[in-house]
Structures are given as C-alpha cells and as structure tokens.
Design a protein around this ligand. Structure first.
Ligand code: SF4
Length: 547
C-alpha cells in the first residue's frame, strides 16, 4: 500500500513468459531497508540462488528509486540498478541519473524486478497499469541516443527510457544502462540487461508522488535550497561541473593516476584544467528537479572530433581518457566520453583497459599484430578512439579488452596480470590509492570491488587532513563512510547535489534525513543512528550474498 512518497508497490516482469504483476511492498521492508539499494539487496538475497551464472536467465535485474524520488527535494531523484555482476560474480549496484526515476514513480511503481530472458530482442513499455514486452527489432543495434529518440517518436515526447547500446547487446563485460546521457555504468549492469535480450524500458505515467507531512516537507525543501545555495561548492559545481576537481587532485597532492597508475605527475595536465573544459560548454544539464545541475554539455567545434557532444566528461572520465592513457588532447576526452555513452560502455573501465593495453604495448607483451594494427603508444588518441569503437562493438582486439583487464590479462598471459589494475574484477577509478590511502582499504573491503563510491574517504579526498595521519588508516573511518554512502544509496540522495552535505553529520545531512521522515511519515528516518543500523543491515546482506 502507498505510504507518503512510497508508491508502495513494485512491478515484477518475467521476460521469458511476458507475464507481469504489481506486488505490494510491506511496510516492514520500507522501515528496514528504506529504498533503492536496500530494497535491491533484500529482494536479490531473498529470491536468488547466489551461485547462478550472472548472464543466465536465472539472474534478476532490479531498477529502483528512492523514497524522495519525484518529490520537490533537490537532487534526490536518481535511480539505482542492483544485480549479480558478471564482472565480480557478486552483488553489485550502480547508480544512474536523468529523469527516468520520477517517471517510473508516476506510473505507480517504486521499482521493477526483471526475471528470465526474452526469446528475441525486446523492450518493455510501461504506462501506468499497462505493461507490454514488445518487439525491439527496430531498435537493436542503435546507439543509446538514437534508441531513446526513436522510442520518444513512437510513444510520445514525454516518454522516459533507460536502454543499452551495442555494447550491452554484444555482451561487453562493462556495458552500461543509459538514460539521456546519464549512465549506470559500472559492474556490467548493461551486460545483464543485454543477456535478457532487453534493449530498453520505456515509461509513461499519469500519477503523482504524495507526501506524508506536506507542510513540514515544503518548509524543509525551502531550507534545503538555502543550505545548498550557501555552500561555496554549489556555484562551482553549477558552473563547472564535476570536472572542477581535476586541478585539486593533480596539483595539490598528486592523487590522480598517470599512465596506468605508474606515475602521478602529468606534463600536459594544464590542458585539461576546468577552465579549459569551460570553453567547450554549451549548456548545463540537470537530473530531474536538481538545482545543482552538475551536467555540462560540451561540444567540440573543430579538429578531428568536430561535432562531438558529451554530457561530460566528469572528473573520472577526464582522468581516465586523459593522463591515465598519456593523453592531453581535451577534444579527445570529450569525444571519447561521448562515444562511450553512445555505445553504452563504462568510461572508467574503458580508460583503464586502454591504459593496460598501452603498458603491455610499451613493454612488448603485445604488438601491432595483437592490436589489429593499432599503435598504442601513450597519448595516441586517434588510435584510442578507434579502440573504443572496437571495444563497444566487440570487434577484434576490442573483444579481448571488452572482457575487462582481469580476464584479458589471463588470456594474454606473459605476466600481463601485473599491469591489470582492478580489484575483484572492477577496473580501478581515477584515484591513486597509494596517495589516498583510505581508498586502498575501501577497495579491499568493498562488497563490489574497486568502486570510488562505496566508501569514500572524504577527509582525504577533500584535503581536510594530513595525508601522513594514521587516522586515515583507521578501519573505523572507512566503516563509517561505508554506512554513510549506504544510507545515501538507500535514500538515493545524490552526494554531488547536496553541495553542503560534508562534513559528516553536518546540518545538510541532518536536513535530508528530516526530508525522508516528512515524505514517508516514518519518524525513525530522521535519526542517524536508526539509518546507520539500516546501512549495517544492507552491507551485511550484500556480504552474505557474496559468500
Ligand atoms: S548533482 Fe548532478 S548527478 Fe547529482 S542529481 Fe544533480 S544533476 Fe544529477
């Protein structure tokens, strides 16, 4: 039953049979798991045999919203994917943005569970209580932008979709699920969707999201706007996007990796500074209802990548398509980022795979005979652009790299494993764990491998502490951050949107917990200790799923 901002039901679709049903979310589940990642792991754990093949019809794919999704709270309307990952073989979660989450809520569902496998390429169309598994022959093979565009033409301009690109169809192991240009990209969630022959989930809805204590909620939203606007970070994110962090990482503490994590100083870094990216900006982009609008749409106006348009790159994309592969050509980072989104591949894994290949090439472990004739010298961006296309289409050498560095290294042999930068099969994000020591511990104990958003050592990343401090190593700090991010992932509060949310336990964070309580009517949600218990439950269940 609906309760406040919860629709109180989810949609279960069996793609093998085409059957579907709406099921009630018990109040006890809301209280114990809050939403998003919490709901995801609860249902995954309860319903799935952990030992199944992630790319078999027995795997389940869950797309979920949080309790604040579709409300007036700014930056709380993203969606999350939960499944068994083909990259790690364990529980995984990946978060996407855009406007799809509120649309799903307006159709009357808090989340979807997808089971089985469609007999042929299909897409799911949802319009309130009407649910259909439809033929996707006319969409198969299209990139993610064209797919969404054609769906809008058929089902109406207001239709919101999540979809996979050619990479998901062809089972690249780090394929993404994309909505607008926003991606749930890590862990192969798009690969799982492709394994089900599912190209897209298109949604229209006519409902609305209620609020339990509406007057109180309105007052809190007004306060949220004030707090976010007062944050010095907000203007920066709004104007420059997440690329604004590049300068800090490189120059203050050499925290970003260079040339496959071999070095930390890059000679061409000033060409990739935020002010350079700013010159390419044509407009901003926001997920639904977000006043921070961190998305920066950039266009390349001349040179070999003329015409490329990307919602990015953000910090990670710029770093892995830049210094990590020895490249200082800013246009390539924009065009390469756009290409990853269109093909539907994770930009972090793509960049790390290219860096891995460059190092093997330099060391003579692979040659042009292995790379389809591509010269993979550091910084040779025209070759990298071709390689991204090959990865996304699983063509030639790209097919091998599309397996991710862990598996590719095993196939190559000759000591290649030494240069494969991953934790538990997930390519490392653009933080140098030898400089940001908290990340070393975070990756090692994470339930999803090398993710920078599972437990983020904020104090270290934000340069608020002395890097030599022993405190950085304290497991308590990382456990605290694991819980904090788990709470955000259950509530689906975007950490970038809440510019004033740091440091831990500040006014902004407390305000968001009050928003949760006012929207749902569960007073418990305004209490950090209660939510920390929820987080512990979620993290423990993930671990239990993995063992
Ligand atoms: S800050 Fe950026 S990622 Fe977060 S909700 Fe806003 S637009 Fe989306």
């Amino acid at each position: 039953m609906s309760r406040g901002s919860y629709q109180g039901r989810f949609l279960r679709v069996n793609l093998t049979t085409g059957n579907f049903k709406a099921e009630i979310i018990p109040e006890e589940v809301m209280l114990n798991y809050v939403g998003g990642r919490g709901f995801g792991v609860k249902y995954l754990y309860d319903e799935m045999t952990p030992r199944i093949d992630p790319l078999s019809p027995q795997n389940k794919l869950l797309l979920l919203t949080g309790p604040l999704c579709g409300t007036a709270a700014s930056g709380c309307s993203k969606w999350i994917v939960v499944t068994k990952s083909p990259a790690t073989g364990g529980f995984f979660r990946s978060i996407g943005g855009g406007k799809w989450g509120p649309k799903l809520k307006s159709a009357g569902y808090d989340f979807i569970i997808l089971e089985g496998k469609a007999e042929k390429p299909s897409y799911l169309y949802i319009e309130d209580n009407q649910v259909e598994v439809l033929d996707a022959d006319w969409l198969w093979g299209l990139d993610t932008e064209e797919t969404q565009e054609r769906i809008r033409k058929r089902h109406g301009e207001k239709t919101q979709s999540v979809c996979i690109g050619p990479a998901g169809e062809k089972q690249v192991l780090y394929a993404a699920i994309v909505s607008d240009r926003r991606t749930a990209s890590r862990g192969g969630v798009g690969t799982v969707m492709g394994s089900k022959n599912l190209k897209a989930i298109a949604v229209n809805g006519s409902g609305k999201t209620d609020i339990f204590y509406s007057e109180k909620f309105r007052e809190l939203v007004r306060h949220q706007i004030k707090i976010v606007k007062a944050s010095p970070l907000w203007e920066l994110l709004k104007e420059r996007g997440i690329a604004c962090s590049v300068k800090k990482h490189y120059h203050d503490r050499s925290q970003s990796p260079v040339r496959n994590f071999r070095e930390t100083v890059f000679e061409g870094i000033e060409k990739l500074f935020p002010e350079e990216y700013y010159k390419f900006k044509i407009k901003s982009y926001a997920c639904w209802g977000c006043m921070t609008q961190c998305g920066k749409i950039r266009k390349v106006e001349d040179g070999p990548y003329k015409g490329a348009i990307s919602d990015g790159p953000e910090y990670e994309g710029g770093a892995v398509l830049g210094p990590l592969i020895g490249n200082s050509d800013i246009s390539f980072t924009i065009a390469g980022d756009a290409l990853c989104d269109l093909l539907g591949i994770d930009v972090i894994s793509t960049g790390v795979c290219i860096a891995f290949a460059c190092e093997l090439y330099e060391r003579g472990i692979i040659t042009k005979e292995d790379t389809d004739g591509l010269d993979l010298t550091w910084g040779n961006h025209p070759a990298f652009y071709t390689l991204i296309e090959k990865i996304g289409k699983r063509d030639g050498f790209g097919k091998l790299l599309g397996e991710g560095v862990m598996r590719a290294a095993k196939q190559i042999g000759k000591g290649a494993e030494r240069y494969a930068m991953h934790v538990k099969g997930i390519e490392l994000p653009a933080y140098e764990p030898r400089a940001i020591k908290g990340y070393a511990l975070s990756y090692a104990i994470s339930n999803i491998g090398g993710s920078h958003m599972y437990a983020r050592p904020f104090a270290e990343v934000n340069l608020d502490v002395d890097p030599a401090s022993e405190d950085l190593w304290k497991s308590e700090e990382i456990i605290k951050e694991q819980k904090r991010i788990a709470i955000w992932d259950c509530a689906l509060i975007c950490p970038f949107a809440q510019a004033g949310i740091q440091p831990f336990g500040n006014e902004s964070e407390a305000l968001h917990f009050k928003l949760l309580a006012a929207a749902t009517g569960f007073e418990q949600f305004s209490n950090y200790d209660y939510l920390a218990k929820v987080a512990e439950r979620v993290i423990t269940l993930e671990r239990a799923f993995n063992i």
